[in-house]
Design a protein around this ligand. Structure first.
Ligand SMILES: *Cc1c(COP(=O)(O)O)cnc(C)c1O
Length: 375
């Protein structure tokens, strides 16, 4: 099966991990700060806090944003459940705004319609690596005094109007799960320019505990520390961050290959009457985490099963979050975002990752065309 995505690990990645295993630190050591600096510098942010995974990054960001019971936070239904779960972790209530049917990203106009006096923040998700309309979202956030937390799990290296994702909003989170643009096995990071948020994120990552004089109420000696908040153990390890540093060396190469493969898909499918290819934003440069097509005039399930039978690891990103039984049971049974629901019926993610060969891609293209032609 050709997977829809997968990690690309080479000998130098392996060597970097082995070197750490032979060093003094395998949990919290020097590699963490090094990896944080690499990511912060790359995206153009002042601070970065690396954590155990992308979901922990979102949880930490919601905590630092002060999300608490009674607060509402607006996000998209076409995302992985974690983008909404993180709000629930803090006792807040996710409110789903519909997507723009062209870009598949959250529609700023619908964000506006969903704002109430309880709304505290917005979590836009750059689906597939395509940047959201951040100018419009920032404008709304300023007008209504909302924090913006970008879920950039798909968007490390994506650019919006010449700016890298991670340099725009109050906070941006990334994931380093093996299917994402680079990997640390499990891992995540939050970037921000605000020192106050950075301090909260650092506390949250490690039990709410600090040893810093400036943050403690008193200091009884060299052994002393204080717990200031209810934090978690969301720490990442030096072993993971060594892999992360090594992967950062290759990010631009990975992105280049993803963009080339996306162009090849685009050329192959743009004239097919049964396929809608991803919309090409003119003012953004996607990192192409996913290549999502819509299949028309056919039964999506049938196409999906046929492609899987032919060894093509297609997937669907995503089931609208509020369709899940947990959400249905928590007051979302009446929620309806028509554009999201229509997209969900027709969408298929086809393989796209840096190690996909042109030959494999040609096979995928031909098989999709044959399958749609024969149904
Ligand atoms: C992968 C992903 C996450 C969660 O990241 P993990 O590292 O798997 O916890 C959150 N949001 C989106 C959109 C994702 O794709």
């Amino acid at each position: 099966m050709i997977p829809y995505s997968r990690q690309k690990i080479e000998e130098d990645d392996i060597q970097a991990v082995v070197d750490v295993l032979r060093s003094d630190y395998i949990t919290t050591g020097p590699r963490i700060a090094e990896f944080e600096k690499r990511v912060a510098d790359y995206v153009g942010a002042g601070y970065a806090v690396a954590v155990a995974n992308g979901t922990a990054a979102l949880h930490a960001a919601c905590f630092a944003a002060g999300i608490a019971p009674g607060d509402e936070v607006i996000t998209t239904p076409i995302t992985f459940a974690a983008s909404a779960n993180c709000i629930m972790y803090c006792g807040g209530r996710p409110v789903f705004a519909d997507i723009d049917p062209k870009t598949y990203n959250i529609d700023p106009e619908d964000i506006k319609r969903k704002i109430t006096d309880k709304t505290k923040a917005v979590i836009p998700v750059h689906l597939a690596g395509q940047p959201c309309d951040m100018d419009a979202i920032q404008k709304i956030a300023e007008e209504y005094h909302l924090l913006v937390i970008e879920d950039g799990a798909h968007a490390l290296g994506s650019e919006y109007k010449g700016k890298r994702i991670g340099s725009i909003s109050d906070m941006t989170t990334f994931s380093f799960h093996p299917v994402k643009p680079i990997t640390t096995g499990e891992g995540g990071i939050i970037v921000t320019d605000k020192e106050e948020l950075y301090q909260k994120l650092c506390l949250f990552r490690s039990h709410g505990i600090t040893r810093e004089d400036s943050l403690m109420t008193r200091n009884e000696g060299p052994w002393f520390y204080q717990q200031m908040e209810l934090g978690y153990n969301y720490r990442i390890t030096d072993v993971q961050c060594a892999l992360g540093c090594s992967q950062m060396n290759k990010l631009d190469k990975f992105l280049e290959r993803r963009r080339e493969l996306a162009r090849r898909y685009h050329r192959a499918f743009q004239d097919c009457p049964d396929i809608i290819v991803p919309y090409q934003l003119h003012d953004a440069n996607s990192g192409w985490h996913l290549y999502i097509i819509q299949v028309l005039h056919c039964d999506r399930k049938n196409v999906f099963e046929t492609l899987r039978e032919k060894g093509i690891g297609v997937n669907v990103h995503y089931i609208p979050v509020y369709y899940h039984p947990y959400y249905r049971e928590h007051g979302y049974q009446e929620v309806c975002c028509p554009n999201a629901e229509k997209l969900y019926e027709q969408m298929i993610s086809i393989p796209l990752h840096p190690s996909l060969s042109n030959g494999q891609q040609d096979y995928i293209i031909q098989t999709i065309k044959d399958t749609l032609g024969n149904l």
